[in-house]
Every structure is written in structure tokens, then in C-alpha cells.
Design a protein around this ligand. Structure first.
Ligand code: NAD
Length: 338
């Protein structure tokens, strides 16, 4: 029986990188069937809704989604589709492994870098609770709860134990936000005390950013509330070649949605030059999640081979190829592994 996956292509470069990813997943021989649903600009155009009910209906049935990026207007307009999906489906973990691919020339090419981000995904300043108190004075509510903080901390430490990782660093600003970030830290410490074999440290977010740029190899797992997690994810992507590379998984107790860290990249959308690696690497996580371990290993191996060869890489990572040429190189590398 093929496993059904909800495919949400998204906006901007989303459909380009989604089609490329579908192509390589199918080349692995994984037993998956795609249920395509639209969310974002295309859905608004087609059915007048940004997040139509059939997206939830499909995910309710498949429990697993692969999603391209969707636009969120700046300074007004509709709320983020991602935030809505994550909250409604209880996808409280945002997991982003940050690893160097072979052959990639970055400022950190010679650094043995292997870290992963655990970002709380449902609250903090992403609660969307903003209002004007009096004219020209606006308040934005930062919500931190014990329940959500315990859940993300537990997910991070359980992963550390399962994958034999050495260290968890909780990142905060509890020197200033003593109550909210203070509660987050309290929860991290409580969970850490149950996992004595894993080293636990804490860093203030500004210092953490500096340390990540200067000594990224010192880090292993990073545990963060939502906003710091969002910002530090892009910083970490920059260490390993940029947003074209880093995958992600939004995980809850019943559902999982796999998507890249990057956005819709409107500056390059429709040009056929987007790097689909980040969504392909998200698909590697997805395949492992649904038990298609051989297909996951095939796709991961093929990506590493194409990067090591360097001849078919996209422009954002210094290569001459477009999305199509890169994708076909990955397909060839998969068939060579058969
Ligand atoms: P972005 O990630 O879209 O782009 C930042 C820069 O990285 C751009 O120069 C872009 O060309 C480049 N880039 C990103 N992905 C790339 C890829 N795969 N290949 C090559 N280059 C790539 O960030 P932004 O410009 O801040 O955001 C644009 C839109 O995306 C906004 O509406 C934002 O809300 C949305 N967004 C969505 C998600 C999501 O759906 N998960 C995540 C982040 C941003």
C-alpha cells in the first residue's frame, strides 16, 4: 500500500522546488502517493481562501505533509499560513538539522559542523496578539507557557538520547524577559535534570549568535523559543551555504509537515534557478518519518554525490545549473545507486 502524503506546493519558488522534490522522491521508488492541495496565493485566487478546509481534511487523513513556502505579507494583510497550520495541528516542534554538504565552498567549509535546532513552534511573539493601546502605542504579547516549553524541551532531550547527541544549549534572553524567558529556562532545566548523561548549557541569545558565527563547531543541539529559533535558523543556514540547503520538520503528536527553512524567494521565483536541496532534504526527513528508510538513504546519498561532484549545483551555492539540471543530476545519482 502506498503511503498518502499531502503535498502543498505553496507560492513563489514553492511549486518549482516542490515539483523537483516529487521527481526525486519518485525516483527513489518510495511507495508514496501525493494528495495535492493548495494553500496561499494560488488558493486565494482559486477558491477565495488562503488556507482552504481541504488542506486540513487531507492532513487529517494522511497525517503527513510536504510543504513549499507560502507568502506572509509584511506589516499588514493576512496572518501567516505556517503559524495557522502549526497552531491548529499542534505541530509544537520545529526541527532543523544543519549540516555541511560535501564539496560546498562556504566560509566554514573546513569546520566540522553538525548541529540541529529545536524551535518551539506554537507560541511566543507568534501568537499574533497585537493591539494599539492608545494611538501610536502598540502592544504585542509574548506568550510562553509551561506546557509548550516542557514539550519542546522534552522533544529535544529525547532526540538527544535517541540519536546519542552530546549537548543541549538552551538559548534565551531571561536576563531581560525574566518571567517569560525565565519560565522557558526553568522548563529546560527541569527536563535536563532527567537526562543527566547529556550536557546542558544556557546562552543569552545575542551571545549565542556571536558564538555561532565564531565557533559553530562547539554547538550540538540548540533549544529555543519561537522567535529566537526563527532568527537563529537563518543564521545557521548561512553557515552551511544559505537558505537553499537547510531542511525542516514541524512535528506534533499526530501530524508532521516537512518544509524548508527558506521562504518564497520572490526575487528568483519563476526563473527556474531556485535550489530545491532544502525541500529535498526535508523529503529525506519525511521518508525516514514514514519508515521509507532505504528511499531516504538513497536520496540523501544522491544529494551528497551531486554536491561532491560540484558540476550540477545551482547558482546560490556557486554552481552553473538551474533547478531542472540539478534535479536530473540527483535522479541520475539515485539510479546509479540502484
Ligand atoms: P526567503 O527565504 O524567501 O529569501 C531570502 C533570500 O534567500 C532571497 O535572496 C532568496 O532568493 C534566497 N533563497 C531562499 N530560498 C532559496 C532557494 N531555495 N534557492 C536559492 N535562493 C534562495 O526570505 P524572505 O525574502 O524574507 O521572505 C519571502 C517570503 O517568504 C515572505 O512572504 C515570508 O513571509 C515568506 N516565508 C515563508 C516561509 C514558509 O512558508 N515556511 C518561511 C520563511 C519566509
Amino acid at each position: 500500500m502506498a503511503r498518502q502524503i499531502t503535498l502543498i506546493p505553496g507560492d513563489g519558488i514553492g511549486p518549482e522546488v516542490a515539483e523537483a522534490t516529487v521527481r526525486v522522491v519518485e525516483a527513489t521508488g518510495a511507495k508514496v502517493e501525493w494528495e495535492r492541495v493548495e494553500a496561499g496565493a494560488k488558493a486565494l485566487e482559486d477558491v477565495g481562501q488562503l488556507l482552504p478546509d481541504d488542506v486540513f481534511a487531507s492532513l487529517e487523513y494522511t497525517h503527513v505533509g510536504l510543504k513549499g513556502p507560502t507568502t506572509t505579507p509584511v506589516g499588514g494583510g493576512h496572518q501567516s499560513i505556517n503559524v495557522a497550520l502549526r497552531k491548529k495541528l499542534g505541530l509544537y516542534v520545529n526541527f532543523r538539522p544543519v549540516r555541511m554538504l560535501p564539496g560546498l565552498k562556504t566560509r566554514y567549509s573546513d569546520v566540522p559542523l553538525d548541529l540541529a535546532i529545536f524551535r518551539e513552534n506554537t507560541e511566543d511573539l507568534y501568537s499574533g496578539l497585537e493591539h494599539e493601546v492608545i494611538p501610536d502605542v502598540v502592544e504585542s504579547l509574548k506568550i510562553i507557557t509551561k506546557a509548550a516549553s516542557m514539550k519542546i524541551a522534552r522533544a529535544c532531550f529525547e532526540y538527544a538520547r535517541r540519536e546519542q547527541r552530546r549537548k543541549v544549549t538552551a538559548i534565551h534572553k531571561a536576563n531581560i524577559m525574566k518571567m517569560s524567558d525565565g519560565l522557558f529556562l526553568k522548563c529546560c532545566r527541569e527536563v535536563a535534570s532527567e537526562f543527566r548523561e547529556i550536557e546542558y548549557t544556557e546562552l543569552i541569545v545575542d551571545n549565542a549568535c556571536m558564538q555561532l558565527v565564531m565557533r559553530p563547531e562547539k554547538f550540538d543541539l540548540l533549544l529555543l523559543p519561537n522567535l529566537y529559533g526563527d532568527i537563529v535558523s537563518d543564521l545557521a543556514a548561512g553557515l552551511v551555504g544559505g537558505l537553499g540547503i537547510v531542511p525542516g520538520a514541524n512535528l506534533g503528536d499526530r501530524h508532521a509537515i516537512f518544509e524548508a527553512v527558506h521562504g518564497t524567494a520572490p526575487d528568483i521565483a519563476g526563473k527556474g534557478i531556485a535550489n530545491p536541496t532544502a525541500l529535498m532534504q526535508s523529503a529525506v526527513l519525511m521518508l525516514a518519518h514514514i519508515g521509507e528508510r532505504a528511499a531516504a538513504a538513497k536520496l540523501e546519498g544522491a544529494l551528497r554525490k551531486v554536491y561532491a561532484e560540484r558540476t550540477h549545483l545551482t547558482g546560490d551555492v556557486g554552481g552553473p545549473a538551474g533547478t531542472g539540471e540539478f534535479t536530473e543530476a540527483v535522479v541520475s545519482a539515485i539510479s546509479e545507486r540502484e
